[in-house]
Design a protein around this ligand. Structure first.
Ligand SMILES: [Fe+2]
Ligand SMILES: [Fe+2]
Length: 346
């Protein structure tokens, strides 16, 4: 049964209450002041408190502020011989389980304490159920997040493998897709882009930017000499070819911006749509700088690899014509810093 603390400065009321509660099977302890009651509550836990309002040291209702009451571990029943409705409403509002008028008949004392204990048990069960539900929701959310990360890692590995396969097809530009994916992210971060979805779309778009070249005949793509005007037109269809292939894949929707627009130029002279300025998706504007940086850095059959300073000078030369000047500034600031740091280390 329950442990009940009876707080009343009238010995007769206190002793009678303790006696009837003990007869009802509870363990009842009496306290004549708030200070005495507080000592009792500190020493051992109580399931219920039956307390008078007017005590000799302080008002009994201060016991409603005790931490065990706030946690619903102790049910408080307030009794008074004189307090009216405002006090009754106040104590219920502050967490009392009941407010009863004195004097109480022996049966009423047991009944009001038992009723408060039943309500307390209901509230504890409800709190436990709510805590269990919250734990379940938390666990499921964590599981779902882990599953999503696993799925996204699988997508990422698949796209990276596809990018590496595209690099293999073009023997002159090995590692190009992987390089531009990495350089694009460095430029984007230097430019203050930190949205995870945008960065992911940029990485995937960079890895697959020339996927449309799958649809260009090898006789043109691998032609040793210069292309004719007609052949150039065919090669220039690769952004739209790639876009059509990828736009059907829903999770690559964001990446398809880079694939379609990676040959647009800031001044509007690019292809396939002739977009200009900020009309070009920002991922494509970042990517086009990365693409050129890698081509210049690694070199090609027709041109030697350039030094970091030469690459930076070339990017700056094309600022405003080929490239977005704002992003060029971010690139120069960040990559210049990296160069200085690496020189200081060596
Ligand atoms: Fe391309
Ligand atoms: Fe490229």
């Amino acid at each position: 049964m329950a442990r009940v603390l009876v707080v009343d400065d009238e010995p007769m009321v206190r002793d009678l209450s303790c006696s009837v509660l003990t007869q009802a099977g509870h363990t009842a302890v009496g306290a004549d002041t708030v200070a005495h009651a507080e000592r009792e509550l500190c020493d051992s836990p109580y399931d219920a408190i039956l307390c008078d309002v007017n005590l000799t040291d302080r008002v009994g209702t201060v016991l409603l502020d005790h931490q065990s009451v706030a946690r619903n571990q102790t049910a408080v029943v307030v009794m008074s011989g004189s307090a009216g409705l405002p006090v009754a409403m106040d104590v219920i509002h502050r967490g009392a389980y009941d407010f009863v008028a004195k004097p109480l008949a022996p049966g009423e004392i047991v009944e009001c304490v038992d009723s408060a204990l039943r309500k307390r048990d209901d509230r504890l069960r409800e709190s436990a159920r709510k805590a269990e539900l919250e734990r379940l929701v938390r666990d499921r959310t964590e599981e779902l997040t882990r599953a999503l990360h696993t799925t996204e890692r699988a997508y990422d590995a698949t796209i990276e493998a596809l990018g590496a396969a595209l690099d293999l097809r073009d023997t002159e530009t090995q590692q190009h897709c992987l390089n531009v994916a990495e350089i694009s992210l460095r430029i984007a971060r230097a430019h203050g882009i930190d949205d995870a979805t945008t960065l992911r779309d940029l990485r995937w778009g960079a890895l697959l930017h020339d996927i449309g070249k799958i649809g260009i005949p090898d006789s043109i793509l691998r032609k040793p000499g210069p292309l004719t005007a007609e052949e150039r037109l065919i090669v220039n269809t690769h952004p739209m070819l790639g876009y059509r292939m990828i736009s059907a894949v829903s999770f690559l929707g964001g990446a398809s911006d880079v694939i379609r627009h990676h040959h647009e130029r800031y001044d509007g002279s690019g292809y396939p749509d002739g977009l200009s300025g900020t009309g070009i998706p920002i991922t494509a504007r970042v990517f086009s700088i990365a693409d050129t940086v890698d081509v210049l850095t690694t070199g090609r059959v027709y041109q030697a690899a350039r030094s970091d300073a030469q690459v930076r000078a070339e990017i700056e030369r094309c600022s405003g014509s080929h490239f977005d000047p704002d992003i060029v500034r971010s690139f120069v600031a960040a990559f210049g810093r990296e160069e200085r740091t690496s020189h200081e280390r060596t």
